[in-house]
Write a protein that binds this ligand. Structure first.
Ligand SMILES: [Zn+2]
Length: 381
């Protein structure tokens, strides 16, 4: 520390903590465009102070705006895309219950781990460069999307287009299991299964009825039976609905299905199987719609090389960086890896409890993770 030149800015955990507090204080549920835009306003103001070239794309379909900020240095060529989301799964008012507070190494707050903490680290690394009067060899584009938690329906295209314009993508999703980063993620599929039978009075005309619920029940078991842990395939019927009354043979029933697969070929196989579902119940129709929503993110040679580089930087900073086995959770990193751009994910803060009422980040991770982000920006060429 004492070897720092007098005016050289220092990366300080306390300063990061204060910055994250301000970001967490602006609650921003994905479905509340006005709230997410308040968050975007705050982030944009900070980026503007740093001299970034800012592009803000108005939101659509009820979602907030998409914010992009590019460094003035590094030229027009391909560079680094740092990808973050500023929405959270928590409703407005959650902060009354899950108060922002620090207890020892644990800092609580809605969205602090997923991923206001990580998004702030990216901003902080940029701020540090500007304060230190340093530039990176490559131009850096910071992108903040408004609806990652619902699958990025309005930002996906721009994420993919922006990834293609860059050499690397760094995603600030939370770290895993003691600071591990993410170099692969399963692909995610979503399906709706609609069943139509024939209604009848459950007492007087039972034999005329064709129960959609009965047919769907069989289909649910079939879908759940497709789970194959050994192959990394899971299916989950997460939502069901059907029927109109306890004394009516139900005409309609619906199920919504979540699919996770480790690679593209398995994805194609499973999508085909699910779309082909049918029933042997007479006079009952089955209609299945859906498909892959996030493609698998597979650790290829280029990603392995990028990871090795990050591991080397972490060793210089003073910690051992590991990556975790393939995770079932999808992120926007799935999109950027699938278009062939080397992607490192999970570069955000360490902690636990994403999407829960005990969501927390570890204070001790702030400084090393900010340094890792900074060094990646400074050393990637
Ligand atoms: Zn996230």
């Amino acid at each position: 520390m004492n070897e720092q030149p007098r005016n050289e800015p220092v990366i300080r955990a306390e300063e990061i903590f204060e910055g994250i507090r301000d970001w967490v204080a602006i609650e921003s549920p994905s479905g509340d465009a006005a709230a997410v835009n308040r968050m975007a306003d705050h982030v944009q103001a900070g980026l503007a102070r740093l001299g970034a070239v800012i592009e803000r794309t108005p939101g659509r379909d009820g979602f907030g705006d998409i914010l992009k900020a590019r460094t003035q240095w590094g030229g027009d060529g391909p560079g680094i895309l740092v990808l973050s989301h500023i929405d959270t799964v928590h409703p407005i008012g959650m902060i009354q219950k899950l108060k922002f507070e620090r207890r020892g190494d644990v800092v609580f707050g809605p969205g602090i781990y997923d991923m206001k903490g990580g998004a702030y680290l990216a901003y902080y690394a940029y701020q540090h460069l500007v304060r230190a009067g340093r530039q990176t060899p490559l131009p850096v584009t910071f992108m903040f999307v408004p609806e990652e938690e619902v699958g990025s329906p309005t930002s996906r295209e721009m994420i993919e287009a922006e990834a293609r314009k860059n050499k690397y993508v760094l995603v600030t999703e939370p770290a895993r299991d003691g600071g591990k980063i993410v170099t692969s993620r399963k692909g995610v599929g979503r399906f709706v299964v609609e069943v139509e039978g024939r209604p009848a009075h459950a007492g007087a005309r039972h034999e005329d009825g064709r129960s959609a619920v009965r047919a769907l029940a069989k289909l649910i078991l079939e879908i759940e039976g497709m789970t194959d842990y050994a192959r990394g395939i899971t299916t989950n019927v997460g939502l069901i609905s059907g029927g109109t009354g306890v004394n009516v043979v139900p005409q309609f029933a619906t199920a919504e299905v979540d699919l996770r697969v480790p690679d593209a070929a398995t994805g194609e196989e499973m999508v085909a199987r699910i779309l082909a579902l049918s029933t042997d119940e007479p006079d009952v129709q089955v209609r299945v719609t859906g498909g892959m929503n996030r493609p698998p993110y597979v650790k290829d040679e280029k990603i392995a090389k990028l990871f090795d580089h990050a591991k080397m930087l972490a060793a210089e900073i003073g910690f051992d960086l590991q990556d975790c086995p393939i995770t079932g959770g999808g992120s926007d990193g799935n999109f950027t890896a699938a278009v062939g751009v080397p992607t490192l994910d999970g570069l955000g803060v360490d902690g636990k409890g994403a999407h829960t009422d005990y969501e927390q980040a570890y204070y001790s991770s702030f400084e090393p993770r900010a340094k890792l982000m900074l060094r990646l920006l400074e050393t990637l060429t």
